[in-house]
Write a protein that binds this ligand. Structure first.
Ligand code: HEM
Length: 424
């Protein structure tokens, strides 16, 4: 498909263009970033089962909360430390480990480093490959993926025995007439159950499965670590006299009293201010300036309601950054107001996973991010862990993010000064 021009259209066009799925598609936009034809070792993009798998995991994630929190606590303590004196920590590096641990909870174990390295190497390979003209991409891609091939082979070697064992167990259960739609206890099981349900032996290839898992965990942790890093800087740059952190601590303590201290879905649902804080940061510091990008896949092009013609290969999106920062949509839109989405009377919050033409961080419409519930749970656990276990020195000024094309990445080098709380 040709690389066509970029069109940013008013949000009033959104519902109309999202309804034309046969003309405008999300997949080529994603493939533009990853260059899977040239940079993937296994062609998982040709037979994608991420969206249905995600929907299943979104249902099952509530049963994984305790394990995910255990992983967050384990990784979080390793990177943020136990020191009760003030210490500077690189936020992005710490948060990347925390979210990667949660995203792959119970699957990756000591292979977490290779997962993170693979994710970064794969992203770089796609970025390098796509700047070359189409004819050169197969050669550039072949060379660019050497580092990611190496990390993947280490990752897969470690994961395969575990996968094999679980696969045999699940196959036996199926043959014995067990439940075919059983809830997955973790991400690994989710993938294996989905692969078995395809009734296609090629889907059970262990290398392919490991590739699906590494790609899943990476797409999950890279987006979540960007969001969580922005969140840390938004929260700890807020005026300390507002007592946001103290309010969150009280809410978390009260919620945990309902569940005898257990990190469960019920406990998380009793933390509406926590949810609001995350939603507000994702509104204010969204890392994409464009929302709902779709590529024109019809050779006849696409014509907007105003009669503007967008050719085959062109990209259509709406101005997410401007919408999220528009005072007529959000009062004092440029301010971080953590409890903006919290309804004090009802003690509820607009769910983090709810999207609209005014909240586009997870996209919108039929192709809305299928991992958003998973992300919501992870981000709540990460934020709760930091708030409950660490004192963080408030920042006088919020460090600015870095711009990568039209994306607003989190500050990668900025630090926070933290100390382990003694009271916990
Ligand atoms: C804060 C974290 C995340 C953000 C901000 C985010 C954002 C997005 C956005 C904007 C889209 C495109 C939707 C559209 O244009 O309508 C998307 C798609 C997608 N996301 Fe996420 N995402 C996040 C976390 C996750 C997680 C944790 C997973 C996996 C567990 C995931 C898996 C996917 C997949 C598979 C798609 C493609 C869906 C399709 O092809 O139809 N995302 N995400």
């Amino acid at each position: 498909m040709p690389d066509g021009p970029d069109y940013v259209v008013p949000k009033e066009e959104l519902a109309r263009y999202l309804a034309h799925e046969d003309v405008l598609d999300l997949s080529p936009v994603l493939f533009d970033n990853f260059q899977p034809d040239h940079c993937f070792v296994y062609p998982i993009h040709k037979n994608q089962y991420h969206p249905p798998l995600m929907r299943k995991l979104a249902r099952d994630v509530f049963g994984m909360v305790e394990d995910m929190m255990e992983e967050v606590q384990h990784q979080g303590t390793a990177v943020l430390g136990m020191e009760t004196s003030w210490t500077q920590r690189s936020v992005f590096v710490s948060i990347e480990r925390l979210t990667a641990g949660a995203a792959s909870a119970m699957v990756v174990g000591k292979e977490l480093d290779n997962l993170i390295r693979w994710g970064n190497a794969m992203f770089l390979a796609g970025t390098i490959t796509r700047v070359f003209p189409g004819l050169l991409r197969p050669i550039v891609g072949f060379l660019a993926i050497f580092p990611s091939r190496y990390y993947f082979s280490k990752f897969a070697a470690c994961l395969q025995p575990k996968m094999n064992e679980k696969l045999v167990e699940l196959q036996k259960a199926r043959e014995a007439g067990g439940e075919t739609d059983a809830a997955a206890a973790n991400v690994l099981e989710g993938h294996l159950i989905e692969a078995l349900s395809r009734n296609d032996p090629r889907e059970l290839h262990l290398g392919l499965l490991a590739y699906r898992i590494i790609f899943f965990s990476t797409s999950a942790f890279q987006t979540m670590s960007a969001a969580a890093t922005h969140l840390m800087f938004d929260l700890y740059s807020a005026d300390p006299s507002l007592g946001v952190v103290e309010t969150l601590r009280s809410e978390i303590e009260a919620a945990l009293r309902l569940t005898d201290g257990r990190w469960t879905a019920q406990a998380l649902s009793a933390m509406p201010r926590l949810e609001s804080t995350i939603r507000e940061s994702m509104r204010l510091s969204a890392f994409s300036t464009r929302g709902c990008s779709r590529k024109v896949i019809s050779r006849n092009g696409y014509t907007t309601s105003k009669g503007e013609y967008i050719p085959y290969g062109g990209t259509v999106s709406i101005p997410q950054w401007s919408i999220h920062h528009d005072d007529t949509v959000y009062e004092e839109a440029l301010s971080f107001r953590p409890f903006r989405f919290y309804d004090e009377k009802e003690n509820t919050c607009v769910s983090l996973a709810t999207t609209s033409e005014n909240f586009l961080s997870f996209g919108h419409g039929k192709r809305v991010c299928p991992g958003r519930l998973y992300a919501a749970v992870t981000l709540k656990l990460v934020l709760a862990f930091v708030v409950m276990n660490y004192d963080v020195m408030p920042l006088v000024e919020r460090p600015t993010g870095h711009w990568l094309g039209t994306n607003h990445g989190p500050p990668l080098k900025a630090t926070l000064t933290v100390r382990r709380r003694i009271t916990v």
